[in-house]
Design a protein around this ligand. Sequence first.
Ligand code: IPM
Ligand code: MG
Length: 362
Amino acid sequence: MALKIAVIGGDGTGPEVTAEAVKVLRAVAKTENFKVETSDFDFGGDRYLATGQIISDEEIDQLRAFDAIYLGAVGHPDVKPGILEKGLLLNLRFKLDQYINLRPVKLYPGVETPLKDKGPEDVDFDVIRENTEDLYCGNGGILRQGTQQEVATQEMIATRFGAERCLRYAFEYARRKKQEGRGKGMLTLVHKTNVLTYCGDLWFRAFNEIGEADYPDIERDYNHVDACCMWFVKNPEFYDTIVVPNMFGDIITDLGAMIQGGMGIAAGGNINPDPGGISMYECIGGSAPKYTGKNVINPMAAIGAMALLLQNSTDSAGNAYRAAGDRVEQAIMKTTPKLKSLSAGKMGYSTTEVGDLVCEAL
Ligand code: IPM
Ligand code: MG
């Protein structure tokens, strides 16, 4: 048996950092003694500009045959913003029903955080972002466009079903961390219940009902999203696991990425945890087009996305790859102290050399 991964390098520096992640994948497959099969797909800006196609439903069906999808980066300087994001990234998230967006916020050794006096023991929590509802549904429209009487609406959607499956994943996640001695067993719901009295209320009630009935061992905590931003900076050590709807989750995870050292290191997973679900792992940052082809971009986030893929994947025979993923993460933690900086061109090493360092550290 083998772990089968669909690889979408994507745009800009995406293919370069993906190459390093795949290099680490092959190295860890050797040390951990398992087989991997990767298949490359050319979805992205270049193909769109050449053919007008982003991804068809048949192609999405092809991706379902894999154990996981690995995505480099989306965003092309010659394609209007929104087209590839909607056509590829959000399309895959929605069609594959990847309803969890898992984003660990973890400061690795030797990495500089803008938070003075905070270290790796202070910045280590997980954000579980709902990934298929909320303002991302695209419900709304424009009336009398381009006139003085123009009206635009875009509605926030929360369903009990959508909130509940995300909340249950988050409670389970917090419980697993507690059982493994990696967390204090606390789940923080982030919303804005003082203003969003309908969607917020639905989430708040579901959170408390589910928690009270099925997770009495997990402490429930609540933050308004604005206050949460403040605490990320002031007391990040307070957090264990956070659960948050889509739009607020998008915003707080960029802040989370910064306090863990920036886009050079932050990775995430679009997860469909249901039986047979296909998940997709990616860097949180974009395609950094200006660095394309220069061998200067930091591949650490891409390698981190590969670690997350392994930690969360099983193959069709049911084998898990968590030990391999943990090993890659350990290798990342051994490598970060060697880099002068996480920024492109300032690492003291090239993109490919950083990939090699992680392979050696394995
Ligand atoms: C992210 C990104 C996407 C999002 C964009 C590119 C559509 O910001 O993955 O956080 O908003 O979800
Ligand atoms: Mg974002």
